[in-house]
Design a protein around this ligand. Structure first.
Ligand code: AMP
Length: 550
């Protein structure tokens, strides 16, 4: 930290926070503040302008939301006048929705006193106007949307605004919001408290800093980009494409990977390939990529967060993570939503594992993917499949993680898995993988586009006028869908490796929900191990020490 480090760790209840917020924190199960919360909250409550630089998953949303809520609650003691006191800006709709959820969960015990709305969804200005007329205490928006409402006279904060927050500040300019921010500042009062939160301190952030902040305190967390290895374990496993597919299938079907999992690949087509492949084994997944409309993406993330799906397959879009590459994105032939980010900006909650089916194309991307797990104070693991071609990329990441964790030893652990022990899985995997042809992938994507067309409100009246077009679309069946074979969903006993047979429940449906299970552990030690390091249980211990046969 740039700030002097105090030895004593401040807890939430020592921060002069309202009881109603403390109760909400308890309900969320947060026992202690994260490092950034511990440092930022007292400064923000003092009224300082702050630039917060913290890694994704460090708890920075609550670090700025909590003081905003506290200040509004305090102001309600002295005035009954309802006014919009805080404006929180973020570069994507998903991020706005995520911030809104954090604010809502922190105000659960004072929702009447502190009202918050998210105006980022692209509803008609007139539709959102009535919500703004009520002058909610906190307004969350993308810069463009906020400016539209201000200019339309729906949002007047010239006199009332006390706090301005800009989250993911490093992405704000690169998402093309520079002009909007400059314009927006003209409609703010002369004095207000400003907070910038950002994962990096790029040149863009420095420009924003000089535009928005006055004598700020910079909180630069001196912690690595990723959680420590005691909290986040990195595994690697050498495998080529088909082997990757087999291992993935075996891991999921043998319940060795448990808890919420994000599988990352490098292309949009591959997302669908994995989805269709796993579907054949009765493993439901949802896909996430920047070519999907924002609403669909939010829906997928919500379903994942709510546990409808435990696995999400995401295509990592490099350009979305690197602000400097925004211009290139505009040149892309395929339509992409500029407000979308798969690795940044969307909060996947309680992710136990990240699986890199395709190894990320650069170190930054690895860090962003890995940062989706081990968030807050939770445990997490990353398992990367590394093909011969990907070895160079793996070595680069290895070097970077060594430096980041200040160690000479490799941060990666070798994931023990003997493919020959799951031979029957291999045959099934081969068939299922080949069944997902390029045409099947294309048709799966087409099906999704059609679904979007059916759901599109703007086309509703067109279809009402032209019912035949709708009929044609509905009956235009895909020709090359993957045939689902019911038997593939089961794992018959004879294909379960002998070393796993003693495990209660392997091969059968498990009831207990958990993170991972370490092979050969008793229940209590299993629980302990889970608490210590969830990914230990992905290790096929039995394969290392094979039983002697007489
Ligand atoms: P953020 O960096 O704000 O996106 O937060 C990452 C995750 O950490 C979110 O899922 C929060 O619910 C969680 N979180 C935030 N603060 C805490 C805390 N003090 N203790 C445990 N989890 C937290």
């Amino acid at each position: 930290m740039d700030e002097e480090n105090d030895e004593k760790i401040l807890n939430f209840h020592e921060m002069e926070i309202d009881d109603r917020i403390l109760k909400a924190i308890a309900k969320l199960g947060w026992q202690i503040p994260t490092l950034i919360q511990e440092k930022a909250i007292p400064l923000l409550l003092e009224g300082k302008d702050v630039l917060v630089r913290a890694r994704t998953g460090s708890g920075k949303t609550a670090a700025f939301s909590l003081p905003v809520i506290q200040k509004i609650l305090s102001s309600k003691d002295t005035t009954i006048h309802q006014e919009t006191k805080a404006l929180i800006l973020a570069p994507s709709k998903e991020l706005c929705e995520q911030i809104c959820k954090v604010v809502e969960s922190l105000t659960i015990k004072c929702s009447r006193e502190v009202r918050c709305i998210d105006i980022a969804p692209k509803a008609d200005l007139q539709v959102q106007k009535p919500m703004l007329v009520e002058k909610p205490d906190i307004v969350i928006s993308t810069p463009a949307r906020a400016l539209q409402h201000i200019k339309a006279g729906n949002l007047n904060i010239k006199e009332s605004l006390d706090m301005l927050v800009i989250d993911e500040a490093d992405l704000v300019f690169s998402f093309g919001y520079e002009d909007e921010i400059k314009d927006l500042l003209k409609y703010l009062p002369k004095i207000y408290q400003a907070i910038l939160a950002s994962a990096t301190l790029s040149e863009d952030v420095k420009s924003l800093k000089s535009l928005v902040l006055h004598n700020p305190v910079t909180l630069k967390l001196e912690e690595p980009d990723l959680a420590p290895t005691t909290q986040l374990t990195h595994y690697h496993l050498a495998a080529e494409e088909l082997e990757k597919a087999t291992i993935l299938y075996a891991l999921l079907k043998l319940h060795l990977v448990r808890g919420k999992t994000i599988i990352f690949v490098n292309t949009v087509d591959k997302c669908y390939k994995i989805k269709l492949y796993l579907e054949q084994f009765g493993i439901p997944t949802c896909v996430l990529n920047s070519e999907l409309p924002a609403k669909t993406r939010c829906h997928s993330v919500n379903q994942f967060n709510q546990g409808v799906y435990n696995i999400i397959v995401a295509s990592d879009e490099k350009a979305l993570e690197q602000p400097g590459e925004f211009v290139d994105r505009k040149k892309s032939k395929r339509r992409k939503d500029k407000e979308s980010g798969v690795s940044r900006g969307i909060d996947f909650q309680f992710v136990a594992n990240v699986i890199n089916f395709d190894f990320p194309l650069d170190t930054q991307s690895y860090v962003h993917r890995a940062g989706r797990t081990a968030r807050g104070n939770n445990q997490g693991s990353v398992l990367s499949f590394v093909s011969i071609k990907e070895q160079g990329l793996h070595e680069d990441v290895e070097k970077c993680l060594k430096t980041g964790h200040n160690t000479e030893e490799s941060v990666f652990k070798k994931y023990q898995f003997k493919l020959e022990e799951v031979e029957p899985f291999k045959y099934r995997a081969q068939d299922a993988w080949r069944a997902v042809t390029r045409i099947a992938v294309r048709e799966a994507r087409l099906k999704e586009i059609k679904q979007e067309i059916f759901n599109c409100k703007k086309l509703k009246s067109y279809f009402e006028d032209n019912p035949n077009d709708l009929k044609v679309l509905r009956h235009d069946k895909a020709l090359h869908t993957v045939r689902i074979q019911q038997h593939l969903a089961d794992v018959p006993d004879y294909i379960v490796p002998p070393t796993l047979k003693n495990l209660a429940g392997v091969g059968k449906k498990r009831k207990r929900k958990g993170v991972f299970k370490k092979i050969g552990e008793s229940s209590s030690s299993k629980y302990q191990a889970k608490k210590r390091n969830p990914l230990l249980s992905m290790k096929f211990e039995g394969f290392q020490k094979k039983k002697k046969t007489s």
